[in-house]
Ligand binder design. Structure first.
Ligand code: BT5
Length: 248
């Protein structure tokens, strides 16, 4: 499947982090929107909060520059929306490349799980400088998963899916373009609609670490901005914009 001509591709062998390379290209060489960086392996792959993303050969390491639209002279708050677009693109990719998978879920805001185990992670980073942009970074475990993470991890191949990273690249690139365009033409609610029914632990008790104090309560759903809504044990409701969800 040829890459859509709206993308510009930098395909690399080994790089520290495809997100860092995408940021460098966006800042230094004025790379256009939809500049893609794809590496065979990463030597310093990152998760959120500088956590490590294990990145040996055999998996997909994909980052895309998205130039942010300006709304009323301000950078539109689209970072979270891009995270949902990325999650929806990963879900479409898993469905295509591992069609036997039944238990697919998204752990708010950025993990895609198969059978409760992490299969993909998403890291969206924004630069609100003079020429604002975001980098959408996606790691998909295609043929390999770590066995020493605090929470279980898995890969497509372990669920009857492909081991072909190039196929995963093609599928993810096509799916992300679809959701990128849907975000622009129909808005974030249309993107989130495709994630309905996929939220892990909806209606169940979860723990959210967003500040100093962990919050424990029932995950009631997302609000109109994609924020997580929690009903605490004392009946109060809290919405969380950024945080980590833990299963209790
Ligand atoms: C994420 O962070 O899940 C975002 C991961 C984004 C990785 C992509 S790869 C392409 C681009 N370039 C980068 O440098 N990054 C992006 P977070 O929610 O913070 O989860 C990180 C945690 O996941 C780690 O602390 C480990 O416990 C676990 N982990 C690390 N590597 C993993 C892997 N390959 N598969 C499953 N879990 C992993």
């Amino acid at each position: 499947m040829p890459l859509d001509p709206r993308y510009t591709l930098a395909a690399l062998d080994t790089i520290g982090s495809t997100n860092d390379e995408a940021k460098r290209l966006a800042r230094q060489s004025d790379a256009p929107t939809l500049t893609l960086v794809w590496a065979r392996r990463q030597s310093a792959g990152r998760g959120r909060l500088e956590r490590r993303w294990m990145s040996p050969e055999g998996n997909l390491y994909w980052s895309c520059v998205v130039r942010l639209p300006l709304v009323g002279g301000q950078v539109a708050p689209v970072t979270g929306d891009l995270c949902f677009a990325a999650a929806a693109a990963v879900v479409a990719t898993v469905r295509r490349l591992a069609p036997e998978v039944a238990d697919l879920a998204v752990k708010w805001p950025n993990d895609v799980l198969i059978g409760g185990a992490k299969t993909a992670g998403i890291l969206v980073e924004a630069d609100n400088g003079a020429a604002p942009f975001a980098v959408v970074g996606i790691g998909v475990n295609v043929g390999w998963a770590p066995d020493d993470t605090p929470y279980p991890a898995t890969c497509l191949a372990a669920h009857g899916g492909t081991t072909d990273v190039a196929r995963a690249f093609d599928a993810l690139s096509a799916a992300f373009l679809h959701y990128h365009d849907l975000l622009i033409t129909a808005g974030p609610a249309a993107v989130r609609a495709d994630l309905e029914g996929l939220w892990a632990r909806l209606g169940e008790r979860i723990e959210v670490r967003a500040g100093a104090e962990p919050l424990v309560g029932v995950f009631e759903g997302l609000d109109g901005h994609g924020r997580l809504c929690l009903r605490l044990d004392d009946g109060r409701r809290r919405t969380v914009t950024v945080g980590d969800v833990f299963f209790v």
